[in-house]
Write a protein that binds this ligand. Structure first.
Ligand SMILES: [Zn+2]
Length: 195
């Protein structure tokens, strides 16, 4: 089992997964969401929320569900999940989002830059970034279709595990947006290769 590595609050990390390898993503302190994106090693396929909804037929994903690529191949399967609530609708937070919605004038850490920067370090150009799997992020959809954020349901030490269904470059961020983290300041996440 691999070493447990920390994703510092508001930052990101990228790694390569061989087909069949399993990655555990952990919320050490609880109540913290993050983003995950994936690309095939040859760069021809990217994570797709739309294809995942096409083939899964639902927007709430958990154990047994598959995250599909934009070329209709399975990329990742969720094989364990302590939390059972994640979002795959929202785009990663970005500098533009913080400026438009929160009045930020200078730089603000954001998942878009964290994911793109981490992937650049392993030689992957992630732009334009696909919609990320917003793990631990609790989004409610009203009968009228309105979206609202609830605090993440993850408790300290909760995790989920994905298995790579192809050779992948994967990036994970610890989200600095307080709106989707119960109003709390940014906290770290962690990950561990299982085999
Ligand atoms: Zn974010």
């Amino acid at each position: 089992m691999g070493e447990r590595k920390i994703v510092a609050a508001g930052s990101g990390a990228a790694l390569r997964l061989a087909k069949g390898q399993q990655l555990r993503i952990i919320d050490p302190e609880g109540g913290q969401s993050g983003d995950l994106v994936a690309f095939s090693t040859d760069g021809s396929e990217r994570l797709s929320n739309g294809r995942t909804f096409d083939y899964g037929g639902k927007v709430y994903l958990s154990t047994g569900d598959v995250l599909w690529s934009d070329r209709s191949n399975p990329m990742l399967t969720i094989v364990a999940d302590d939390v059972g609530r994640h979002d795959f609708l929202y785009a990663s937070c970005s500098l533009e989002m913080f400026r438009m919605q929160h009045g930020v004038t200078g730089y603000h850490a954001n998942c878009h830059d964290s994911l793109c920067g981490a992937l650049r370090e392993i030689g992957v150009d992630a732009r334009p970034l696909p919609t990320a799997f917003n793990f631990f992020m609790a989004v409610e959809i009203s009968p009228e279709g309105r979206l609202s954020f609830l605090p993440p349901r993850s408790k300290p030490g909760d995790s989920f595990v994905v298995r790579a269904e192809m050779d992948l470059a994967v990036a994970v961020s610890a989200c600095p947006a307080s709106t989707c983290n119960g109003g709390a300041p940014p906290r770290p996440l962690a990950y561990q290769l299982l085999d």
